[in-house]
Design a protein around this ligand. Structure first.
Ligand code: ADP
Ligand code: MG
Length: 344
């Protein structure tokens, strides 16, 4: 006769066996892909059943976004808007992204401004044929960088740009895409995925081993990383002067432009990373805070506090907002500057 204890042990073993069967049945394999789109390398890593099908869905979605948001593709919505001063019908998606971009232009007091395109072109970043425009050219273009000249009718989903005003969604489109790709993967049943579009990273859930994602922040002065942030279901978006730039007569000019001066933003920061729930929000803010510089960016964070930030200064000091303290580690080999914490 088995004792009650041995019966209990038996039940325990049967339970263990059934849970381990479940986990060995569930698919923890990684599926991944790397593609080139939206002017950057995009990497997708997905865990769970039918990961290959989901990756294909994501790729198709990303290519379709490029078709709609590109400034240089002849049939894109942005291309058409930029060559007309009439009302043009746009999709609900485009109206939503533009509406958010306009709101954020006001909220960042124009540090982020999607009507920047005439300046981006003048500096030759559109076709990677870089030139330093003369100051008369810049002065003549500054009045066109005007969000009030971008009209959005949210009832009719129509947009009208005043004469010669042109849009560039380069500082928001990749973040928007990362959010949507994350939604798509979740709705396909994936609880673990890592999406990286250039400097726009979105981590779905946790890693399959149950630990947090460890996202390295690149060293803007060379190889390797400066620090790590540990996240789940969050975006980490970085903007920096080291990503796209050219050097002329010893001077470095990069692709993030201060809409208020017309020149590449040199506000003392080498890179800005934003940790936020939405990659679109992070994308806008990483560009905006880079333009603002440390002091204005610190004030901006203190006012809003619905994101965290890592600001790496030209001299190498690393400023982090206090909300990151529990989920952050410096890399021991980084000795260019010190870690400093920004408190509310
Ligand atoms: P990346 O595209 O390298 O991730 P950003 O998100 O900072 O970097 O976006 C920079 C791009 O956005 C530029 O290539 C340009 O097209 C556009 N841009 C440059 N300066 C601004 C600005 N101040 N506001 C909005 N868009 C900008
Ligand atoms: Mg950006």
């Amino acid at each position: 006769m088995p004792s009650p204890y041995s019966r209990l042990i038996l039940v325990f073993f049967v339970l263990c066996l059934s849970t381990s069967c479940q986990s060995s049945n569930s698919n923890n394999d990684e599926y991944n892909a790397e593609i080139y789109s939206m002017d950057t390398i995009i990497s997708l890593r997905v865990w769970g059943d039918n990961g290959n099908v989901s990756i294909q869905d994501c790729e198709n979605f990303i290519y379709s976004i490029e078709d709609r948001f590109s400034t240089t593709r002849e049939n894109s919505t942005i291309y058409r808007l930029n060559r007309s001063d009439d009302w043009i019908s746009v999709s609900q998606e485009m109206a939503d992204v533009l509406s958010f971009a306009i709101t954020m232009t006001h909220q960042t007091q124009g540090a982020f401004n999607p009507s920047i395109y005439p300046l981006v072109t003048a500096w030759g970043f559109t076709l990677d044929q870089h030139i330093v425009p003369d100051s008369d050219t810049i002065d003549s273009l500054l009045p066109l960088i005007d969000i009030e000249a971008v009209h959005l009718d949210s009832e009719k989903n129509q947009v009208r740009l005043e004469e010669n005003v042109q849009l560039d969604l380069g500082a928001i489109a990749k973040g928007y895409t990362a959010d949507r790709v994350a939604d798509l993967l979740r709705s396909n049943g994936h609880s673990s995925a890592l999406i990286s579009l250039g400097g726009n990273i979105y981590a779905v859930g946790k890693k399959v081993d149950g630990s947090l994602w460890n996202i390295g922040i690149k060293n803007p002065y060379g190889g390797g990383t400066v620090c790590s942030v540990y996240i789940e279901d969050k975006a980490v978006v970085t903007s920096g002067g080291y990503q796209r730039y050219f050097i002329e007569e010893g001077e470095t000019y990069w692709h993030i432009i201060d809409p208020r001066t017309g020149y590449p933003a040199k506000a003392g920061l080498a890179s800005v990373s934003i940790v936020s729930d939405s990659a679109m929000y992070g994308d806008v803010l990483s560009t905006a805070l880079f333009v603002m510089g440390l002091e204005e960016a610190t004030e901006y964070w203190r006012t809003h506090q619905d994101f965290e930030a890592i600001l790496i200064c030209d001299e190498g000091d690393v400023f982090i907002t206090s909300g990151l303290l529990e989920q952050f580690a410096m890399v021991s080999t980084y000795t260019t500057g010190e870690l400093k914490v920004i408190y509310p």
